[in-house]
Ligand binder design. Structure first.
Ligand SMILES: NC(=O)c1ccc[n+]([C@@H]2O[C@H](COP(=O)([O-])OP(=O)(O)OC[C@H]3O[C@@H](n4cnc5c(N)ncnc54)[C@H](O)[C@@H]3O)[C@@H](O)[C@H]2O)c1
Length: 387
């Protein structure tokens, strides 16, 4: 088994909660260095996660001979400036999302990828969640035109199918809680409509087969917004984001309808479908690693586990444990290792992340103007670039 010698740059909340523990438990990774401009954060993470050294200047790591791969977990303020020299020095990069809010920065990264021939994986990790992969499999099957079993109420008779019945209608409902966010999310000019929503735009582009033509946002870019994306084949994706929900209620619900088939994915632990005779109506997925204490499954089971955990914690006088779900972080990185070893596709390359970020910028325009905006080929098509 090949060992990838890894440095994690940026030792904030996400690195400490996700990437460093995942690197530590992945037998294919040797954690060589932690790096943060905050020396104490880098050192604390070195000790806690067993890295060999701590650094405050990523420039030293970019040229270090004992590092093969970077995980970039800073906020979007550091992207091309780091990624381009890392690639030039022969080191692939797993970068957190968003790729960048700046077009020139994105092009710099794209040029460096094309010139070096080395991969960058963007942390749109939901693509690698087992539940999302299963949702996409069912959705692709529904889109392909498999027959839908007749509904209980069926007035079809000999009427021909409507062209609209081939248009996928995808609903993404995000039950967010403002209290769970750090204040930077509300101070950055792009805010949640950019920083968080790139995950969902990525999924919308991944699941739709035609290109987007129009985008509309109603609401504030900090939260409480609804996005409508219209695609060239008439398909629509509607994303409803609420900042005033409760964190302990399941956050993400995806519901897609196409060709008279309904497929739903609830918070990465339950997948439902109606219409395909050879597929199960309901499937359940395990919670995230470390949440084995929660033994009841499905939506009702999840709600019961959360309520029981609250009671247990109150009786013991400690804080309730968070019932986390598998959004694919570990698998996304692991699949990237496979890709580096020549055993599979890059789970999210820069070529597919640039259109996501460009479309997110269009959404910011729409929110600012209060109007629908056209999405043009330059927003989703990448031309050849001069060196
Ligand atoms: N994929 C996901 O599920 C997910 C979830 C949360 C956050 N994120 C993304 O992860 C990124 C980090 O978010 P966070 O909440 O951990 O932020 P954070 O502010 O907690 O952490 C960022 C860290 O980077 C360090 N840093 C800044 N500039 C640096 C530099 N030049 N060199 C080295 N270190 C530097 C900071 O000191 C800080 O410790 C963001 O882009 C965010 O959008 C992704």
């Amino acid at each position: 088994m090949r060992k990838h010698r890894v440095a994690v740059v940026g030792c904030g909340s996400l690195a400490q909660g996700v990437h460093l523990p995942n690197a530590q438990r992945n037998p294919r990774i040797e954690l060589v260095a932690t790096c943060d401009i905050n020396a104490q954060a880098a050192e604390n993470c070195r000790v806690r996660f067993g890295a060999q050294r701590a650094e405050t200047d990523w420039r030293k790591l970019v040229v270090a001979p004992d590092i093969d791969l970077f995980i970039l977990a800073t906020r979007q303020t550091l992207r091309g400036e780091f990624i381009a020299p890392a690639l030039e020095n022969g080191k692939p990069v797993y970068t957190e999302k968003p790729l960048s809010p700046d077009l020139d920065d994105m092009l710099r990264i794209l040029r460096a990828v094309r010139k070096s021939g080395l991969p960058v994986c963007v942390g749109h990790n939901r693509r690698s969640s087992p539940a999302m992969i299963e949702f996409k499999r069912l959705l692709d099957k529904a889109v392909s035109g498999v027959p839908s079993i007749p509904p209980t109420v069926n007035r079809m008779g000999d009427r021909q199918r409507l062209p609209e019945e081939k248009q996928m209608q995808l609903l993404m409902r995000i039950n967010d809680d403002a209290r769970s966010w750090k204040s930077w999310a509300f101070c950055e000019k792009e805010s949640i409509l950019f920083a968080e929503i790139v995950h969902f735009i990525d999924l919308a582009l991944w699941m739709n087969r035609s290109h987007p033509v129009r985008a509309f946002v109603e609401g504030s870019n900090r939260g409480n917004f609804t996005i409508i994306l219209r695609f060239a084949d008439g398909s629509m994706t509607t994303l409803q984001h609420s900042l005033v929900g409760h964190f302990d209620y399941p956050k993400e619900l995806f519901e897609a309808t196409v060709n008279n088939i309904t497929v739903a994915m609830d918070q990465y632990f339950e997948i439902r479908q109606c219409g395909m005779a050879d597929e199960a109506a309901v499937k359940q997925m395990p919670y995230a690693a470390g949440c084995e204490w929660a033994t009841k499954t499905g939506m009702t089971g999840y709600m019961q586990c959360v309520a029981e955990e609250r009671q247990r914690a109150k009786a013991k006088g400690d804080a309730p444990r968070w019932l986390n779900v598998n959004k694919g972080h570990y698998d996304h990185l692991d699949r990237f290792l496979d890709h580096i070893e020549g055993r599979g596709p890059n789970p999210c390359d820069v070529e597919s992340a640039v259109p996501v970020n460009r479309l997110a910028l269009k959404l910011l325009d729409s929110a600012r103007l209060g109007l629908p905006v056209a999405v043009q080929p330059e927003d989703w098509h990448l031309p050849q670039l001069e060196a």
